[in-house]
Design a protein around this ligand. Structure first.
Ligand code: KG4
Ligand code: ZN
Length: 369
């Protein structure tokens, strides 16, 4: 990478297509001032997959291939820019559903070949993990919790390409569990907001639900058994009363949400303890992912951060969920760090911390490593 890229203003186009959002964005960053998101286009595919109970990889890939170039055009138009004003293209190169990742990488490669622009292959998880620097200018190292429908892991972020994974889910991601619990209880998708709403009228202590893996040391998590416990409790309630009453549903939602919050809060306390051993000057605990929208979880995490003397940061929801602004930003961070753009490949699995043991889970939204 040209040494000038480390200090001059940069305008980068981002492209994201690793799951079920077709996204493109333009970010401008000048050293000494806050980065500016000039545009961020995110086109979801929820309706496309609605009948299948999860993301269908082939449908997702085809939809990305059909719409990505339009998303890029829209992002450039909203930013008021042409490709001639762009300094580089950053594209998600994994991890994720490989057909979608390839759609993005092929488009980006074609654009780079046609324009001569540098091309950066970005790790989607690095995009999430670096977002607090885009939104809040956080300094390294900070602790990050990714909680979404596809991801769940604790990361210490040391630099644009250096992460320590302290733990992650060994089966479902929490958002996936929220979605399945909603389905079990006859609530609409996406399940998270529906479960949270129903939980407001519920008693979290009525159904004793498990707190998986709390008895084990470390920061790994599991949500699959919790979902099964909700299913059993539902069946027992249905047998007892001849159907699921509104109050039963509310109590199950409240109990499930409390269990998820308890587990994530306790594992956060452990992750914070490990992170604080690095003696960071200004400790920060940040979250990303759709599940971070949950108010009771947020309250539990805020409390865990405060007890550890760390600042709690949750970027605006549109930047917590999948988007291309985070990919453009990760590209800028890589360029500033002097990364070579020479070669990269599309990867279905791409752990941020190669030294951490592989996570075995691979759920409805693809690989979680
Ligand atoms: O980050 P995201 O938009 O997409 C990916 O997973 O890529 O996260 C979506 C997930 C869904 O599973 C949804 O049910 C969950 O986030 N979610 C919530 C809430 N809002 C969204 N979960 C719990 N409480 C919420 N309020
Ligand atoms: Zn994501």
């Amino acid at each position: 990478m040209h040494p000038l890229f480390q200090t001059r203003p940069l305008t980068v186009l981002g492209i994201e297509s690793s799951c079920d959002d077709t996204a493109s964005a333009v970010i401008q960053d000048a050293p000494g001032s806050d980065p500016v998101i000039l545009s961020s286009v995110v086109w979801g595919q929820t309706e496309l997959h609605a009948d299948f109970g999860g993301v269908v990889p082939e449908l997702a890939a085809r939809a990305h291939a059909e719409k990505l170039d339009l998303a890029v055009e829209a992002a450039l138009a909203q930013a008021g820019m042409t490709l001639q004003q762009i300094d580089a293209i950053a594209v998600t190169a994994g991890p994720g559903l490989i057909g979608g990742v390839l759609s993005g990488v092929m488009l980006a490669r074609g654009m780079a070949a046609a324009t001569g622009l540098p091309l950066l292959g970005v790790n989607h998880l690095a995009g999430h993990a670096l977002t607090p620097r885009l939104t809040d200018g956080v300094d390294f190292p900070y602790l990050m919790l990714l909680v979404s429908g596809g991801h769940c892991q604790f990361l210490i972020t040391h630099g644009p390409e250096r992460f320590t994974r302290l733990g992650g889910t060994i089966d479902d991601a929490p958002g996936e569990a929220f979605d399945k619990v909603a389905k079990i209880l006859g609530l609409p998708q996406p399940g998270g907001p529906a479960v949270e709403r129903a939980a407001q009228a519920g008693d979290p202590s009525r159904f004793p639900l498990p707190r998986p893996l709390l008895d084990r040391p470390g920061c790994d998590l599991s949500f699959s058994g919790l979902k099964t416990a909700v299913l059993r409790a539902r069946d027992a309630a249905v047998t007892e009363h001849g159907g699921l009453r509104v109050q039963d549903r509310a109590d199950l939602c409240a109990g499930f949400q409390a269990a998820v919050s308890d587990v994530l809060a306790e594992k956060s306390r452990r992750a914070l303890a490990a992170y604080l051993e690095l003696a960071p000057a200004t400790p920060v605990f940040a979250v990303a992912g759709g599940v971070a929208a949950n108010q009771s979880l947020r309250a539990a995490l805020t409390q865990a951060a405060a007890a550890a003397g760390a600042q709690f940061i949750a970027p605006p929801l549109a930047l917590c969920t999948d988007n291309a602004a985070m990919i453009a930003w990760a590209g800028i961070e890589q360029m500033r760090a002097g990364k070579s753009t020479a070669d990269f490949v599309a990867r279905p699995r791409w752990p941020l911390d190669p030294s951490a043991a592989p996570l075995i889970g691979s759920g409805k939204k693809g690989a979680k490593a």
